[in-house]
Design a protein around this ligand. Structure first.
Ligand code: C5P
Length: 293
């Protein structure tokens, strides 16, 4: 078989419909129990072999919409960190030129960066013909961030524990529709976790998993929960206001994904999601998406 010279991959956003903290660990991270769903919102990343024995990264020409500072092109970018982790692990001599088309917003709780890292591990494993096993890829993924393992797994839905890196797939019946909105102000994950007051865990994941399994959106809405939400509201007044507006306008509970600042409501189907999405954007002025899983 002719070796690949170039590969284009999709890098999907996740949404958290449940997140409970079980306390801070000695390493500074929190033990979590969280349910993540893979959505259709994707970045697209192109990887092309180069002969320079280095990894380069740039944004695609149409990426002028990415606000300054939201997608660093230096070694702090998780794409280059993932490439570097693979190069170190395998002693790779090959290089790669990477071009990203970003659609997932930064500091949004949608795992834009973690997803790009997961996609990079999968893409370069193929392009550089490393033949690393899934187990090894997961080990490398866990060194890059807490959400990377879910996104590398390719599962549609999973309950994730530990720091978030222990991923167990869960069944989903039917399609789930969301309308998600990100206020202009983003959230720093480290800052939100840093401000979290230690309270005993109160919510159980069981009811959400059950609602996913039997495909009952109304039941999902009842049991969706995020232990970081009130802390994040204290850090981001714009987001706190957005949650109130969403709840009032659409007469249903609104939630935050991950550490925010994306907030979302459930929609009853494709058509309702389109209507709410248009209305939410025109009322708030914030970027709004119809997401589904
Ligand atoms: O793992 P990740 O790089 O996404 O985490 C970003 C920050 O969020 C960590 O540095 C930590 O402060 C916080 N965090 C946490 N507990 C987790 C995941 C993240 O405290 N389970």
């Amino acid at each position: 078989m002719t070796p690949l010279k170039s590969i284009v991959m999709r890098s999907p956003a996740k949404i958290n419909i449940f997140l409970e903290s079980h306390g801070k660990r000695p390493d500074g991270f929190h033990n979590l129990e969280t349910v993540m769903l893979r959505t259709q919102l994707c970045d697209t990343i192109q990887y092309s072999l180069n002969t320079q024995n280095c990894a380069t990264l740039r944004l695609a020409a149409d990426a002028a919409t990415v606000p300054p500072g939201h997608f660093p092109l230096d070694n702090s970018n998780l794409i280059l960190r993932a490439a570097s982790a693979l190069r170190q692990f395998c002693g790779v001599q090959a290089g790669v030129d990477i071009v990203a088309t970003k659609r997932i917003p930064a500091e949004a709780g949608l795992a834009g960066g973690s997803s790009n890292a997961a996609t990079t591990l999968l893409a370069l494993n193929k392009l550089w013909q490393l033949q690393l096993s899934t187990k090894v890829l997961h080990e490398i993924a866990a060194t890059l961030g807490s959400d990377v393992n879910f996104l590398i797994s390719g599962y549609r839905a999973a309950v994730c524990r530990g720091r978030g890196e222990q991923v167990q797939p869960v069944p989903v019946t039917g399609r789930i529709h969301f309308v998600a909105c990100r206020p202009f102000q983003g959230n720093s994950t480290a800052k939100v976790f840093g401000a979290l007051r230690e309270l005993p865990a109160i919510q159980r994941v069981h009811s959400v998993l059950n609602a996913l399994r039997i495909g009952r959106p109304q039941q999902l809405e009842t049991h969706t929960y995020n232990a970081l939400a009130s802390t994040a509201c204290g850090e981001n007044e714009q987001m706190a206001q957005l949650l109130k507006v969403m709840t009032t306008l659409y007469r249903r509970p609104a939630f935050m994904s991950g550490s925010g600042s994306t907030c979302f409501v459930y929609a009853r189907g494709h058509r309702e999601a389109s209507v709410i999405s248009r209305s939410m954007h025109s009322v708030t002025g914030f970027p709004t998406w119809h997401l589904w899983c």
